[in-house]
Ligand binder design. Structure first.
Ligand code: MN
Length: 703
């Protein structure tokens, strides 16, 4: 119970008694759930969630966030499930806890810079509620404060992750205080020796600095008072160690030069006073030319507002001065979280996402006159309202894909060969359809097979340009190959003998006549229906000048194997199946279309020998073909189920089914089934006819 006291004291300052009670319940629940788990420091585990909650209470976060912070490790570390939390504390708290747990589960292991940027984006994208990020940041902050208890290797890994991921996120959200603490703690853990040397140097220089700072501070106060200006604070400030370290490293400056800058901040009550104070300090010390920056009129990209100026100080030292209002100061320190601090005590808490949007809206308004740095805001917007998803390869690399992306998009993002030979996918180690829409943080594995090829149906669900164009490209290539094969068969059929038995010279002439350089080009144009096999054959036999078409009364029909691919299609209007009498129609650019001989669409073309060619089914034709059935069935309970199972026992698939209610007693069922041919269809129909409730069955007539 005692661990709750400090938190209770803090939340009582801004939450109502009901909310405090709820939070206490969450505390008791978490304490029980963690039982006698201990932290590395030896303290009971519950001290950690309490400390995290205190950080958030200090920021005046709402009751739900505090409850979620108390419960943030129970899903991960104890047997509690999300639904238990939802049941006891409501869906919102459960969602927050779940969001934090998910962030905890993803592990940052690669040190590549690009990877870090993607990882930051993913962390932001995964948290649909900005409070999840705030809880996670507070969690990380407390872990960093107690990092000493861990083994050095783990300490360094966490420190690096903090510097590369969490400090930049805090910075992006304008949370200066968090960023500074993350950076200094991270720096200390990652480079303990450098940290100590630098800290010692700063301490040593401190004595001298203190005197100078006091002198300048006094001079500033005096001038401000004399000018009758209201100010609440004037103070000299030290740069944090990590920023000194970074400056030394990046700008190659010696320590003395960096520390030789004296920085002050003056807080006033309104904007008007900011500019008046500026006038006073410029009067006191001479300003360094071109160092004045007005971030009030033109705020920084993350919303930061302040006046900055640099002066020549009394001992020849440069003085940096920041002037801003209290509200600007709050925002500079706490960024997005400052909004909770300001809005406490007001009406009921609205959705945090709404507030995050307000924050962005505020930034946009501030930027309106500025015109630049919009880019940052665009970034934050993307982060908070993501249009992208981030998924892992099994090896832990991150890929970003547009929202709505599927495993096929992912496969093509890795490599077009992977996409082209992809047959199945696993999402989080479970088999999933290739059309599944991916979510943030999932691990996706693509299963390939050497002979697999892209399916044209993929085009209906892929979202990335890369996948789309790769599939199209492949299909085009494939189609070319198939057209060549079909064209050769058509030509040899028209010649009635193999091409190599023909006069080579005549063939060359024909190629030249058509402006082709290779025989394959000629085949392809025949296969695609751009050239008529008979005409080409006639030219090969009689020479290109021979214009009169020979009559081909006794053509051998072309045998359809069912494996020709995309270059042969089966007409949807009449749906021929093996065993039906068929004819082939050449369609320019599409190849050969197979119709039922009685199909009304081809009746008027039968005498056009340039358009249709005679075809027949090869004896061992492969594949499944759709056929339409019309079934009248009595309206019994379960009649449809029996119908479906009788089709299944006949080893046919149902492609489509629709039911038309005719009267109370009978239904008309329109079925499309896949069959191997007429014999198979007859077997299917026999099975259906054998059902008691079936009154009548017919293969649907051609229209
Ligand atoms: Mn934790």
């Amino acid at each position: 119970m005692s661990y709750f006291k400090p938190l209770k004291k803090e939340i009582e300052k801004y939450l109502n008694p009901d909310q405090v009670d709820q939070i206490e319940k969450a505390y008791l629940y978490a304490e029980t759930a963690h039982g006698d788990q201990k932290r590395r420091t030896g303290e009971p585990y519950i001290t950690h969630p309490v400390a995290v909650s205190c950080i958030l209470a200090d920021m005046r976060l709402d009751a739900e966030s505090i409850m979620a912070a108390l419960l943030h490790d129970v899903i991960e570390d104890t047997g509690v499930e999300k639904k238990d939390i939802a049941h006891l504390f409501g869906a919102q708290v459960a969602d927050l806890v779940d969001g934090v747990s998910k962030l905890t589960q993803i592990k940052f292991e690669s040190h590549a810079e690009a990877q870090a940027e993607n990882f930051r984006k993913m962390v932001l994208a995964m948290a649909r509620d900005i409070r999840v990020i705030l809880i996670k940041l507070a969690d990380r902050l407390h872990n960093m404060r107690t990092l000493g208890a861990l083994l050095p290797v783990k300490r360094k890994r966490i420190a690096l992750e903090t510097l590369e991921i969490y400090a930049p996120i805090a910075n992006r959200l304008g949370m200066h205080n968090f960023r500074v603490e993350f950076e200094d703690l991270g720096f200390a853990a990652l480079h303990p020796l450098r940290y100590r040397i630098l800290a010692d140097a700063v301490k040593k220089a401190h004595g001298n600095r203190k005197k100078i700072i006091n002198t300048i501070e006094k001079a500033l106060r005096t001038s401000l008072t004399r000018g009758q200006l209201a100010f609440s604070h004037v103070w000299g400030r030290e740069k944090h160690l990590y920023s000194i370290y970074k400056k030394m490293r990046n700008k190659n400056l010696p320590f003395s030069q960096i520390l030789d800058v004296y920085a002050f901040r003056i807080i006033v009550k309104d904007v008007d006073n900011c500019y008046r104070v500026l006038g006073v300090v410029h009067n006191l010390y001479k300003p360094v030319p071109e160092r004045f920056k007005d971030y009030i009129a033109i705020p920084k990209a993350n919303g930061y507002q302040s006046l900055h100026t640099t002066l020549f100080g009394p001992f020849g030292v440069p003085i940096e001065i920041q002037i801003r209002t209290e509200q600007m100061d709050q925002l500079a320190e706490n960024g997005i979280a400052a909004h909770w601090i300001y809005k406490t005590g007001a009406d009921s808490f609205s959705d945090a996402q709404v507030r995050a949007r307000e924050w962005l809206q505020g930034l946009l308004e501030m930027q309106k006159n500025a015109g630049d740095s919009i880019e940052f805001i665009e970034n934050v917007k993307i982060d908070l309202f993501p249009q992208e998803v981030y998924v892992f390869t099994p090896k832990g690399n991150i890929f970003d894909l547009p929202k709505g992306a599927t495993p096929i998009d992912f496969a093509y993002a890795i490599h077009s060969d992977i996409g082209n030979t992809c047959v199945a996918s696993k999402i989080d180690r479970k088999l999933a359809p290739l059309s599944t829409v991916l979510n943030n943080g999932q691990t996706v594995e693509i299963i390939t097979a050497p002979k697999a090829r892209p399916n044209p149906a993929w085009l209906s669900f892929v979202v990335t340009g890369k996948a789309r164009s790769s599939i199209r490209h492949y299909l085009k290539k494939q189609r070319e190959g198939e057209s060549i094969a079909l064209g050769k068969r058509l030509l040899e059929q028209a010649l009635d003998k193999p091409i190599h038995k023909m006069d080579r010279k005549k063939i060359e002439e024909v190629l030249k006549h058509h402006q082709f350089t290779q025989l394959d080009q000629l085949y392809e144009s025949i296969g695609l229906g751009d050239q008529i096999a008979r005409v080409v054959a006639d030219r090969i036999v009689h020479g290109v000048d021979h214009e009169k078409l020979k009559t081909f009364e006794t053509d051998q029909p072309l045998a359809i194997k069912g494996t020709e691919g995309m270059v042969i299609t089966y007409a949807d209007c009449c749906r021929p199946i093996p065993g039906d009498q068929i004819i082939g129609m050449l369609d320019k650019g599409r190849g050969l279309i197979i119709h039922h001989e009685l199909c009304p669409k081809v009746q008027h073309l039968q005498h056009r020998s340039d358009k249709y060619i005679s075809v027949c089914w090869e004896e061992s034709v492969e594949g499944e073909f759709p056929a339409d059935l019309n079934v009248e069935i009595a309206n019994h309970r379960g009649a449809l189920a029996l119908l479906a199972s009788s089709i299944a026992t006949a080893e046919a698939n149902i492609d489509n089914i629709s039911v038309i209610q005719r009267d109370g007693r009978y239904h008309q069922v329109l079925l499309t089934v896949s069959v191997k041919g007429r014999t198979h269809l007859a077997r299917v129909m026999r099975r259906i006819r054998a059902l008691k409730s079936v009154v009548k069955i017919t293969r649907r007539k051609l229209i």
